[in-house]
Design a protein around this ligand. Structure first.
Ligand code: FES
Length: 154
């Protein structure tokens, strides 16, 4: 089935089973491999993208339900060649260790700052709770979010 998608502000057309999860369409059909597979069950957050500006688990989204929705992946988070302020903060705070979960972490954090530009530490922890990091980079993640919230940049 031919499905028209709006990804990172550009139209894409894919011919796939409508039940195929967005995660696999992004990675396998469109080559957008910044979005990562972790659990495939909505439990880890590594596959997080934005759907109409809100954080969403792409492993749980049948692509056939997404026509006319605005999908943003980590590849489209910045402004053209410019990184998103959170990405700058991630670099400055040296957040990643293995790095695998970090795209999902940043996408969840970006959705948080979009709806709450000055979150408290508790609000950050609550928003980020569903994004797991096996390296335990949580303290640096919180610091990078706070730096972005307080200064607009790292
Ligand atoms: Fe989607 Fe884990 S891969 S939440």
């Amino acid at each position: 089935m031919e499905i028209d998608l709006n990804i990172n502000g550009s139209p894409h057309s894919v011919d796939v089973d409508p039940s195929k999860p967005l995660l696999w369409v992004l990675r396998d059909d469109l080559g957008l491999v910044g979005t990562k597979y972790g659990c495939g069950r909505g439990l880890c957050g590594s596959c997080t993208v934005h759907l109409d500006g809100s954080a969403a688990r792409s492993c749980l989204l049948p692509v056939g339900t997404l026509a006319d929705r605005a999908i943003t992946t980590i590849e489209g988070l910045g402004d053209g060649p410019d990184l998103h302020p959170l990405q700058e903060a991630w670099i400055k705070e040296d957040v990643p260790q293995c790095g695998y979960c970090q795209a999902g972490q940043i996408m969840t954090a970006a959705a948080l700052l979009k709806r709450n530009a000055t979150p408290t530490a508790g609000e950050i922890d609550a928003a980020m709770r569903g994004n797991l990091c096996r390296c335990g980079t949580y303290v640096r993640i919180r610091r990078a979010i706070q730096a972005t919230a307080n200064g607009g940049m790292a």
